[in-house]
Each structure stands twice: as structure tokens, then as C-alpha cells.
Design a protein around this ligand. Sequence first.
Ligand SMILES: Nc1ncnc2c1ncn2[C@@H]1O[C@H](COP(=O)(O)OP(=O)(O)O)[C@@H](O)[C@H]1O
Ligand SMILES: [Mg+2]
Length: 458
Amino acid sequence: MAELSKGKSQRNPPRHQTEQQLVRRRALAQTQCVEPHRKRTSGAQYIAGLMSGTSADGIDAVVAELQGSERGLRARVVAHTHEPFEAGLRRQILRVCMRGTVAEICELNFVLGQQFARAALAVIRKAKLRPAEVTAIGSHGQTIHHLPNARTPSTLQIGEPSVIAEQTGITTVADFRVRDVAAGGQGAPLVAYADWALFTDNSRPRIVQNIGGIANLTFLPPGAELEEVQAFDTGPGNMVIDAVATELSGGRRSFDKDGRWADRGQVSEKLLAELMAHPFLRRPPPKTTGREEFGEPFVRRLLASARRMRLRSEDIVATVTAFTAASIADAWDRFIFPALKAKDGSKVEVILGGGGAKNQTLRRMLSESRRVGMRRTILRRAVKRPNEIQILTHEDFGMANSAKEALAFAILAYETLHGRASNVPQATGARHRVVLGKILPESARILALPSIRFEAGS
Ligand SMILES: Nc1ncnc2c1ncn2[C@@H]1O[C@H](COP(=O)(O)OP(=O)(O)O)[C@@H](O)[C@H]1O
Ligand SMILES: [Mg+2]
């Protein structure tokens, strides 16, 4: 598929191709994120990426072949795996996030380090590589607390990278967020750099919309320089849906598979309006959020409201699904569309990713919420929208929807090893660009690391 040249597919399209097919082919040709991998391109490096997001559903792991840098970066996903956490461990992570003791956090840091190491070895095996062929692992870790707006801003990711380096024998780069926070930023979103490198199109504005536990977007104007990229959290993704599904099913379900439960319910406009009044949605970027704002206490309050309104379970699941859709569409209306330049045309491509991209009801609501008038009342002013919003997914780019975030951390590790900064200051609020992460060298290879040149001012 990657062999399709961009020029060829546009110059001579067979008549039977729909526009959607053409867009997909162009996307594939552009990013070259194709599986399976055949032969390593000369000069490229294999880097593994590990990610576990706020959903704490498990570890997404990739092996990517990377070369070049910035917008000249070429990335190929060689293999992707998802290693789910067993139910007891997931419960423990979620509990520790809210009220873990120091002893529990201390132990969980090492338990998760082992889990990440295992996931790295599994994906390397799937890629049919030996650990010695992999230059480095980039590990995001598990966020257990994120307080970017506290008196002393802070964030905490665990999953001890020393354990990963020790158990895999591979140089590990981890703990990316803290350097951005130390430089005055929110430490998130960090995927903005990878989105910019992978998905910037020269002619079309794009929104890369990730729907993980929290939903976040990266806005890429056509041909964007890094300084023109915008990125921020839009609000809840699956976090509230998961919590409500768990509570209402008495623990039998941990999420709403394909959005089937929500599909049977009726959205309560009254409860939805209450939820949409959350001040986070109005706060201008840079902004990030997490379990502290949309976790357990938020869900407890919303369930109490729903019970007062005598809503059925399926109506509650439908309403929180509509909340995710409406808060995402609201963020586009408030912060992205008004900034669209006339010369950028009237068509925007949205690339959906993350587990929420598999929720069919959420996708339907997201498409519908672009048309309904509800948000006009919330905004109390007319919204300027592009004429056309085309919704794609990462799969249209030859990549599993849940692989992109892990790929992003492989890319950040790769940039760090080359001494290149990879935060996006206008997105995180950092004072300046910084090289992210801590490097845990695999001791036998410390002298043979790829040249680490920390370029001044880069
Ligand atoms: N088939 C599916 N249908 C609906 N939701 C899904 C499906 N698969 C995954 N999800 C949702 O996606 C979440 C995981 O998404 P992910 O992108 O991994 O988020 P995070 O980065 O927060 O871990 C799950 O908790 C679940 O809510
Ligand atoms: Mg996940």
C-alpha cells in the first residue's frame, strides 16, 4: 500500500473510487505507517513504544522503524500488541490513582515496570526481532496523578523504567512529562509533536482527535510549522462512560462495547446540559485534565442527578456518551474553527483514534453533533464552521486506532536519543522547548549509543 505514490493516486483515479477511498489512499501513501514490516530501510532504527493511558485498560506496545526527523520523519509500525491488565490489577491501579498509600505506589511502580517489560518483549517477538536489534524503548508509564494547575504543578507516571531496562536489556527512555512541567508546562498533550510529524498535510487542515480515557486533539493547519500546531485536552473520552458502565452493571462490564448499550438509550437533554456546564470545557487552552476532574467524584455526582431524574441505565449510558461527543464538538467550535483561515479552504479532515474510535454510538453522535443546534445555545453566538468535516480514523492511515499513542512515545524516545526537543510549548504552556525524558542505558551498550548531541536551542 505504501508503494502507492501520492502523485499517481491523485493524477489518475479510477472512476469507481469514491472520494472517501481516495482520501484513504492519499493518507496511506503519505504516512507509510504500514504493517507488516518486510525489510529494514537502511539508516532506520527500530524503537519500541509503550503506552498505558488513563483508562488503565492495558498496555499498547509497538515496534516502529523510524528515520529522519521533524516533518521529515518516516515511521513504519512493524508490530502492535495490546496486553490487557487483568481485572484485579486494573482495579488496583484505579484505586491507587485516587487514594493509594505510599507503600502501594512504591510496589505498583515495580509491578507495572515488569508489565511494561513483558509487553515490550512480546511486541518485539511479534515483530520477529531480537531485543539486540531494538535501539531503545520509549515508555510513557501509567499516570497515577496529574496536577498541572496546583500551587506547585506536578504529574506522576509510574512503571519503573529501570526494571524495563534491566529485564529487556534495552536502553529505555521514560518519564517524558515531568521535564515539560518543570519548564512551566502542563506536561501534556505530548503526542502533538508526533501528530505534527506524521499527519500534517500540505493542503488540508486536520484535527487529530484521540479518544482515550481523556480526549485530546491536535490541530494541524496546512503545511504547519511546529509553532502553528495547537493541542489540548477536550474533556472526558471513555473515562466517564467506563465508570458509569461499571457501576450500572454491578461490575460485570468495564466499558460499553461498540457503544451498544448507549445505542438502546435516550439522551437526557437536561442531564447533558448539566454535564456540559463543567467549567473545564470553557477554559481556553493550554489545558489538560484527568481523573482528578472527571473521575470517581464527578461520576458519583452525575449518577445522583440521573437517579433524581429517574433515568434508566441505558439512558444514562447514552447521555454520558453524548457528553463525550458534545464536549469534543464544542472544543472544535470554540477553539479551532474560529481560527481557520479562509485560505485553508472549507474542508477539515478529522482523524479519530484511541479506544473511543471503536464506539459506534459515540461516532454517530459526534457526526450528528456537528449539525444539531444545541451548542449554539451553549456558546450563545453563531459558530463559524467549515463546509465539510470529513471523519477518518487511524486505520485509514494503515495503523490500528490504538497504536498511535504508543508510536508517539517511540518517536519521542527516538528524538530524545538524538538530542532533539519534542514538546510543543504553545500546546503545553511550557516556557521553551525541552528534550523530554530520562535515559536508562542498557549498560553493555552505553558506549555504543547513537550519537547523543544536545543541540543548543533546538
Ligand atoms: N470495542 C470498543 N467499543 C467501545 N469502547 C471501546 C472499545 N474498545 C475500547 N474501548 C474503550 O477505549 C478505552 C481504551 O482506550 P485507550 O485509547 O486505550 O485509552 P487510554 O489511552 O486512556 O488507555 C477502553 O477503556 C474502552 O472504554
Ligand atoms: Mg489504553
